[in-house]
Design a binder for this molecule. Structure first.
Ligand SMILES: Nc1ncnc2c1ncn2[C@@H]1O[C@H](COP(=O)(O)OP(=O)(O)OP(=O)(O)O)[C@@H](O)[C@H]1O
Length: 285
């Protein structure tokens, strides 16, 4: 596997009144031209891992790592100016909630055109044409009407697809997608997943797919990192997720509702304090 991104011993820490809170603890993995899922329950450190790669952790958060290397160049050594060029051009991120990512006082069209012209030399009319094509590519119906609309006029699913269209404009080598389909209905979810899938297969993009949906990740991704309490506790091939070894992964799988075996009791996910620091199953990803 040719490595695009290599993360070595990543820590994200926040000072609190009770001392330092380690939200991400020694995470290491490599990403190639593949679909790599990160799963884990809420608060396990998935989003912070994605944001830390792009150096988007705000003060007072502290990021420490051996390295976060893109093609062998350590992003931790880059200036903020270099990072601005890397964000978008090389690595894009689709955030969990599109409402916070779109500018509420600009039309959708103006935002996409601006994003397009930032990355490609194009006249306004060329950029308009390309932007309409981008919206069509993410299955937006009536894209010309949507170009004139403001973000608050969009449904969550439309906003999410617009964000995905904007993130793909510069043709990034890596896309970090944080719960990119959680606001979408099943048919639109399928369309968005197939767009990302095509980018990995046709253009060789690396996809870091953050999700809490184990079933989705096991079907869509190539490999999966399972995070618990800020650490990777297990790494496995996505199609082997259902044979996972770690008790936490087994617990997560066991707490999925089983519609073919209805039960009047929900499974409770029990946790063992020893998991916090035990070595991960399969070691490094
Ligand atoms: N700015 C912050 N200050 C303090 N703690 C934070 C901050 N941002 C995140 N955290 C904490 O770090 C932990 C990991 O957060 P993160 O957002 O990465 O979780 P997650 O696995 O993505 O969860 P979710 O699936 O709910 O998005 C959580 O306990 C969260 O409360």
């Amino acid at each position: 596997m040719s490595t695009l991104l290599d993360v070595d011993n990543l820590w994200v820490k926040f000072p609190t009144r009770n001392g330092i809170f380690d939200a991400v603890r020694g995470v290491s993995f490599s990403l190639g031209r593949e679909r790599l899922g990160i799963v884990g329950e809420s608060g396990s450190g998935k989003s912070l891992t994605g944001r830390a790669i792009l150096r988007l952790i705000r003060n007072p958060g502290i990021v420490e790592a051996g390295h976060i290397s893109l093609h062998g160049e350590n992003l931790l050594d880059k200036s903020e100016k270099d990072m601005r060029a890397i964000r978008g051009e090389k690595i894009s991120m689709v955030m969990q909630d599109p409402k916070f990512s779109l500018n509420p006082v600009m039309t959708v069209g103006d935002q996409i055109i601006e994003a397009y012209r930032l990355h490609a030399k194009a006249s306004k009319s060329e950029a308009y044409k390309k932007s309409v094509e981008m919206l069509e590519a993410v299955a937006i119906r009536d894209p010309k009407r949507v170009m004139k609309a403001y973000p608050h006029e969009m449904s969550g699913g439309m906003g999410q697809r617009i964000m995905i269209a904007m993130m793909l404009i510069p043709n990034p080598e890596i896309l970090i997608a944080d719960e990119p389909t959680s606001a979408l209905d099943v048919s639109v979810q399928g369309q968005v997943l197939s767009i990302m899938d095509k980018l990995v297969k046709d253009r060789g993009m690396g996809l870091l797919f953050i999700s809490h949906d184990l079933n989705l990740v096991s079907q869509f991704c190539d490999r999966v990192l399972i995070m618990y309490s800020g650490r990777i506790v297990e790494v496995c091939d996505a199609d082997k997720l259902h044979e996972a070894q770690h008790p936490y992964t087994k617990g997560l799988l066991g707490s999925l509702p089983k519609f073919d075996e209805p039960s009047d009791r929900l499974q409770v996910l029990t946790r063992d304090p020893a998991w916090r620091d035990a070595p991960s199953v399969e070691g490094r990803a």
